[in-house]
Design a protein around this ligand. Structure first.
Ligand SMILES: [Zn+2]
Length: 414
């Protein structure tokens, strides 16, 4: 989890965001502003009380962050744009919790909030945040449906949401990375405006939760266990000495020093002392396992098992290991991308929409509530969203039969 947070943090810092720590208890007043104007968390928030004092455990960051930012901006020295982020837990009741994917006490959320003076600046930032999600997805070896979500019907929480919908082995999809163009949806009710402007601020928010991590582990696992993308692996290369002869031990130590010098996380194990260590390393998803023994050491070589492909290759003791780590990552991306291609039907008739096979379908449909409602009702599935770029050709919308150049995906979410 720390490696994921650090990977995400590096990207956020590159965009000029600064890390802050905000409190975890929301006052009833701010909770009500959220409920009355944006989204009512009453059904799944945890309330705490002490005597007559009442508060709500943070169900979402905005109810705490926005009142604080509003007070900062009343000070002339505080200027827009403002880019901040925090990491920490949030709490929401779930009727069907899953210990990994849907916990009630969500251990971790990294949320970034950008505040801008006008719509132009916000739109620019939104594009940058979508690109950031792309970089993170690539570090996670995640190939996903990247879609612009339809806006919720009544009180929309954003003007536009871009989601990374990841296809799981069971054929359902799950949103793993999200970027929200919030416009003034939150700044109006929380009265967020800068001293020199009459207009409310415009926001962009994006982030990740532990769901991002568990989904990553889940999609890359195989029957032998985990397969971890190299950036997230606690140990990127395990050096395993097969015997305890002086020559082998020396070779293992030299190798560890050389791998460490390449800025790669490494640990050493002695097979004769730890029974079943290779099996454990394979189950735990260690990307590369480098074997040394006295015979190999005599030749100045080692055998490297790539956990992602299960292939073994002989390399020199002075090998550059980074390309080997990345090569296995490319295999993870390709396998996930293949899973998605194999499970995405291209559908152009209402009959086919009634029985989507196997998991998701790509369809032409207008981004209007009416047309999306219609295709959801016919298919019994959920519209994940539209592709970010318009199609070059126009085809009849599956709902209203008029021509359209927006196409998107329909599937089933977890
Ligand atoms: Zn239509």
């Amino acid at each position: 989890m720390n490696h994921l947070v650090n990977t995400f943090k590096q990207e956020v810092l590159k965009l000029g965001y600064e890390e802050y720590v905000f409190p975890g208890l929301v006052s009833p007043e701010n909770f009500d502003i959220l409920a009355d104007n944006i989204y009512d968390f009453t059904g799944n928030a945890f309330l705490v009380s002490r005597g007559s004092t009442k508060a709500v455990l943070k169900p979402t960051g905005e109810a705490i962050i926005y009142p604080v930012v509003a007070s900062w901006l009343r000070n002339e020295e505080c200027k827009l744009p403002l880019r901040i982020f925090q990491t920490g837990p949030y709490y929401r009741y779930k009727s069907a919790p899953h210990p990994y994917l849907r916990p009630m006490d969500s251990a971790l959320m990294l949320e970034a909030h950008g505040f801008f003076k006008n719509r132009v600046a916000m739109n620019k930032e939104f594009a940058r945040s979508v690109k950031l999600c792309e970089s993170v997805a690539s570090a996670l070896c995640m190939d996903a449906y990247v879609v612009s979500r339809p806006i919720s019907f009544n009180k929309p929480v954003s003007e536009e949401t871009v989601a990374y919908d990841t296809l799981l082995p069971n054929g359902k999809t799950i949103q793993t990375l999200l970027a929200y163009k919030q416009g003034q949806v939150f700044s109006r009710p929380f009265n967020v405006k800068s001293k020199d402007s009459k207009d409310y601020t415009y926001q962009v928010t994006y982030g990740m939760t532990e769901r991002t991590l568990y989904t990553t582990l889940f999609i890359h696992a195989d029957p032998l266990g985990l397969r971890i993308p190299e950036k997230l692996a606690p140990i990127q290369i395990a050096v395993v000495a097969r015997d305890n002869r002086a020559k082998t031990v020396e070779a293992a130590e030299t190798l560890v020093a050389s791998i460490t010098a390449q800025n790669i996380r490494v640990a050493v194990y002695y097979e004769h002392e730890e029974e079943g260590v290779s099996r454990q390393l394979i189950t735990a998803g260690t990307p590369l396992i480098a074997y040394v023994d006295s015979e190999l050491a005599g030749k100045g070589i080692l055998e490297v098992l790539d956990r992602r492909t299960l292939s073994i290759e002989t390399v020199g003791v002075d090998a550059d290991f980074t390309p080997l780590l990345l090569r296995g990552d490319a295999v993870l991306v390709e396998e996930q991308s293949q899973r998605r291609r194999n499970n995405t039907a291209s559908i152009d008739s209402v009959d086919a929409l009634k029985n989507i096979h196997p998991a998701c379908a790509q369809i032409y449909v207008h981004s209007s509530h009416e047309c999306i409602d219609t295709v959801q009702n016919i298919s019994g599935g959920e519209y994940l969203g539209s592709q970010l770029t318009l199609s070059e050709e126009s085809r009849p919308c599956l709902a209203c039969e008029k021509m359209c150049n927006t196409f998107g995906f329909i599937g089933r979410r977890v």
